[in-house]
Design a protein around this ligand. Sequence first.
Ligand code: 5GP
Length: 143
Amino acid sequence: MTAAYDPQNIFAKILRGEIPAQKVYEDDHTLTFMDVMPQGDGHTLVIPKAPARGLLDADPASLAAVAATVQRVARAVKAAFAADGLTVFQYNEPAGGQTVFHLHVHILPRFDGVALGRHTGGMADQGVLADHAARIRAALETA
Ligand code: 5GP
């Protein structure tokens, strides 16, 4: 049986403004921000505002809002980084690779011949993340 949603998870704290994040996009139902341990430049996370541990317990309307934001942000990420492609992924439960238990979708720009970095590797420089977030926000404005 799946564990209950824990409102003390780190993304719930970001949603409540209790810890900072390099924010990229926000609407009534979703928040997008930079991954603090990116697997590559431009690694972005989209989360629903409604509490959900993962894909399986999410409300379908919330999932639909996340999907729409993922498409919107993915287009901007690809443009901002002049990427050749994109990798989009979502993990469920520790056995599925999940480490933060608030539903989130990863968006990563990809480049021909460049391998994906390690999952939850090193912390990125906040200045670099702020610059990347600004680049994606600018691409969203012109989309
Ligand atoms: P997953 O649960 O899909 O395995 O990955 C969680 C992701 O959240 C990881 O890629 C990790 O780098 C990222 N992450 C963990 N803690 C924080 C945090 O405090 N802030 C941000 N922006 N990202 C985080």
